[in-house]
Design a protein around this ligand. Structure first.
Ligand SMILES: [Zn+2]
Length: 195
């Protein structure tokens, strides 16, 4: 194949650290972006003299662009430790690794946001919800990646419920779906692929 470089290919390029043109060897490995996001397992051109990454070939660009886009959409949601424990017990029940908070939260979002017939009832529940768990301090946090479609639907639900913050909405959604059988069934389905 002529359109891709392979590990072990050689070239020459400028290296800032070595202050000049240097021999470069391509290899696969991680690369850290300026914002500390790590792009895993891409082909990089490494300076033979000092080991710095000096070339990122064209074929690595799609993964880098995707990582940039994901970093932009990643949101940190602060949650109560009690709510975190609930999410973990639900993951455990579904047979998924208990650290997959993101998975549990996304299954909740995907399940309830797609259920148009139940939407009216859900909005009412979200608005009137009183649960002592929600009063606990926000001492834990989870990092989740929201697709544009999920962001839009959350935005819409914020408008319709009058809840001020997206993270508060997400916490409330987890609480109101406590005994929801659809959520658990979906989570069990997805868990088969990640366990
Ligand atoms: Zn160098």
């Amino acid at each position: 194949m002529k359109s891709v470089l392979r590990a072990g290919s050689k070239t020459r390029a400028g290296c800032d650290a070595c202050e000049g043109m240097v021999p470069v060897t391509f290899s696969y490995g991680d690369w850290t972006m300026d914002d500390q996001t790590v792009v895993e397992d891409i082909l990089r051109g490494i300076c033979d003299r000092c080991g710095a990454v000096v070339v990122l070939p064209q074929q690595s660009v799609p993964k880098i662009k995707e990582a940039r886009a994901r970093a932009r959409k990643r949101t940190t949601v602060r949650i109560q430790k009690s709510l975190r424990d609930f999410i973990q017990s639900r993951l455990y029940e579904a047979g998924a690794p208990v650290q997959h908070y993101e998975l549990a939260i996304k299954v909740v979002l995907a399940t309830v946001l797609d259920d148009k017939p139940k939407m009216k009832g859900l909005i009412k529940k979200l608005k009137t919800l009183h649960d002592p768990v929600l009063e606990d301090p926000l001492e834990s946090s989870v990092s989740i990646y929201l697709t544009e479609s999920l962001q839009e639907r959350l935005q819409d639900l914020l408008r319709r419920t009058g809840i001020a913050k997206r993270s508060e909405l997400i916490r409330r959604l987890v609480v109101v779906t406590e005994g929801d059988k659809d959520v658990l069934r979906e989570l069990k389905k997805v868990a088969e692929y990640v366990a």
